[in-house]
Design a protein. Structure first.
Length: 356
């Protein structure tokens, strides 16, 4: 069962029979215009619809499903299949009205597309087609609607360095730079030993971002996706054996998007960065001057209603220090371990203010 666009009435649910009443194939490549060979079949269907009106079971819905070959992107082919269905829809309505004026507006002509998903064997021209299904007066109920709230959390955190200090460019010229780097790494290990195992907003991280999506599915398609704004947070930097804590400035959201990519899927993305408290920066500069003040993380993925339940995929990226972890509905789905401590002095290509 599928939701079909219906001329004059929006969308109605229809269930095609097992085999089509007519198949109009051999559409020209990347074209939706009807060919002369299509017209006799459209006339035949129009006469069938008109003659059924005097029977005990008149045809009230005609389903037209457009198809393409497999050349070109799938989203484009879905749109092309729909244009072909609309072309047949317009001609069929005209022929029904020619045979019985006014009837074309009372028959529900439902246009839909399968794009390249259901090719026919043999010549690709056989796949470039519109299938016509006649349906009787009983229209089944619409497909059930399902909803799901999808919560995604990303945390950047400092795991124990334990000697993985690396070396900055300054160590080549200044023998004391390596000692300063080791001392700062040891102090960092005393202040932090983070390993977040839940998605709680508990300040036990350096960076925190989260977004919850409300997904509504029906008939294998996404009806809607809504979301609260991206929420961000930072963790304090507390001096060991002291009640003194330094609080970093708020995070900066670099980019955030939510975009429909097909009738059944949306893509999402966000990227955010944060820097340590300004009072902590002189310690980094003492080891070796740097411009890469900001650590960052980003996450992208898809929300898809094509399967019985909402399917979610994610891809996590982030600066090479510290560690990063993503959670989906409270469960860990990916972790990026941090590299050497010296990565904090390596700038990101294209933006020297960010850690690579």
């Amino acid at each position: 069962m599928y939701l079909h666009e219906v001329e004059g009435v929006g969308q109605v649910p229809v269930t095609p029979s097992s085999s089509p009443t007519a198949v109009l194939d051999q559409f020209d490549f990347d074209r939706s215009a009807l060919k002369p060979s299509h017209l006799p079949e459209i006339d035949r269907v129009a006469k069938l619809v008109v003659s059924s009106q005097s029977s005990s079971d008149p045809i009230s819905v005609v389903s037209l499903i457009g198809h393409t070959d497999r050349v070109g992107p799938a989203p484009y082919n879905r749109a092309l299949g729909l244009r072909r269905a609309h072309a047949v829809q317009a001609q069929l309505k005209k022929r029904i009205d020619d045979l019985k004026p006014g009837l074309g507006s009372r028959i529900k002509l439902a246009a839909d597309t399968r794009g390249e998903d259901e090719p026919r064997p043999g010549s690709p021209a056989r796949s470039r087609r519109v299938e016509i299904f006649n349906l009787r007066s009983v229209v089944p109920p619409p497909p059930s609607t399902t909803t799901r709230d999808v919560k995604i959390v990303v945390k950047s955190y400092i795991a124990p360095i334990i000697g993985r200090t690396g070396a900055t460019v300054c160590s080549r010229l200044d023998p004391t730079s390596a000692l300063k780097l080791s001392a700062l790494a040891a102090g960092t290990d005393k202040a932090f030993s983070e390993n977040p195992l839940t998605d709680a907003k508990d300040k036990k991280y350096r960076l925190f971002t989260t977004r919850t999506f409300h997904v509504v599915c029906s008939g294998g398609k996404i009806v809607s996706v809504s979301s609260a704004p991206l929420d961000t947070d930072t963790g304090p930097e507390c001096i060991p054996s002291s009640s003194l804590c330094l609080h970093p400035p708020p995070m900066t959201v670099i980019s955030s998007s939510l975009t429909r990519t097909s009738p059944s899927s949306f893509s999402f993305f966000w990227m955010a960065k944060g820097r340590p408290p300004r009072m902590a920066e002189p310690g980094f500069q003492l080891v070796c001057p740097r411009t890469s003040w900001f650590i960052w993380h980003s996450i992208s993925g898809t929300l898809d209603c094509g399967s019985p339940s909402v399917r979610v995929t994610t891809r996590l990226t982030g600066s090479h220090f510290p560690s990063h972890r993503a959670f989906l509905d409270g469960a860990i789905v990916s972790t990026i371990p941090q590299g050497p401590f010296s990565n904090l002095w390596v700038p990101k290509p294209g933006d020297i203010t960010m850690v690579a």
